[in-house]
Design a protein around this ligand. Structure first.
Ligand SMILES: Nc1ncnc2c1ncn2[C@@H]1O[C@H](COP(=O)(O)OP(=O)(O)OP(=O)(O)O)[C@@H](O)[C@H]1O
Ligand SMILES: [Mg+2]
Length: 265
């Protein structure tokens, strides 16, 4: 099962990715979470201590490893000299961080050369790694994508079983999600779920969904606004510190059930 968590900036992708990863692990799945944001912070949301999280070097920025694996030195472009099939099958073991039983994280970083500056060999390595993971690894893969639509233009999105598009309950945010879901469908991702997050008024959110998605219905799921997130974030804690019965925990748990049902269809 390969799940892509997409959406515009700040809507709650990392929060949903972290909670879903823990819930999957709680239920006996072996989970590999991948952070592909250019400013990675999934480690912290998963509950790793700040000093551990801050010490993680994204693969897309690991020039030393890229040089070792591709033969290209930093600053060299997309030359013909470096290997296009670098060794990546040991990266989860060597660079993955064990969050808990059944849950590991690899910080990949952004594979968007425009965003990272041209660390070309390192980005080539990160991309080769993502391809490898999506084709070969047997764990449940949860990818916390970078904000926006770039993720659908990199030859990777089509390898996912499901796109979970996170949105806020606003016209603007839902309009962007509608576009992202269309891109995902056009690439052949068969299962797409819209998560309307930070919802204060469920009825209004449902009405807004009905208005915005009347022509292109998609399974949607409401996640309520949760004050507890504000409080854990202020203390630098991860989602594991949320109180039991916290609205966001129980709503992402129902999302988990919905995802399983849709995957089995
Ligand atoms: N259901 C919710 N209730 C209240 N606050 C929330 C909820 N979901 C997310 N947030 C808050 O919104 C902010 C953004 O969340 P998060 O970092 O998960 O978004 P993101 O989409 O990953 O952002 P980015 O695009 O910057 O990576 C955080 O402060 C988070 O605590
Ligand atoms: Mg994020």
């Amino acid at each position: 099962m390969k799940l892509l968590i997409a959406g515009k900036g700040g809507v709650g992708k990392t929060t949903v990715a972290a909670l879903l990863s823990h819930i999957l692990a709680d239920n006996g799945y072996s989970v590999l979470a991948l952070d592909t944001d250019s400013v990675p912070n999934l480690a912290q949301s998963l509950g790793l201590p700040l000093e551990v999280a801050e010490g993680l070097v994204p693969l897309a920025k690991n020039e030393e490893l890229a040089e070792e694996r591709t033969g290209a030195r930093p600053g060299e472009g997309w030359g013909l000299l470096f290997s296009l099939t670098p060794k990546v099958d040991d990266i989860v073991d060597k660079f993955g961080v064990r969050v808990r039983d059944g849950l590991s994280l690899v910080v990949v970083g952004s594979i968007d050369a425009g965003k990272e500056g041209c660390l070309c060999p390192a980005i080539a390595l990160a991309k080769a790694f993502l391809n490898h993971v999506l084709l070969k690894r047997r764990e449940v893969i949860v990818v916390d994508a970078e904000a926006g639509a770039e993720v659908f233009g990199r030859g990777l999105a089509e390898k996912f079983d499901m796109t979970i598009c996170v949105s806020e309950p606003t016209v603007k945010s839902l309009a962007i999600s509608r576009k992202l879901i269309k891109m995902s469908r056009d690439l052949g991702v068969r299962r797409n779920v819209l998560v309307i997050n930070k919802v204060v008024d469920n009825l209004r959110a449902a009405q807004l969904y009905a208005k915005m998605f009347s022509n292109d219905p998609v399974p949607y799921h409401i996640v309520r606004y949760d004050e507890n997130l504000v409080s854990i974030e202020a203390r630098g804690l991860g989602v594991t510190s949320l109180p039991k019965g916290s609205p966001v925990v129980s709503d992402v748990f129902s999302l988990y059930n919905k995802v399983l049902k849709l995957i089995k269809l």
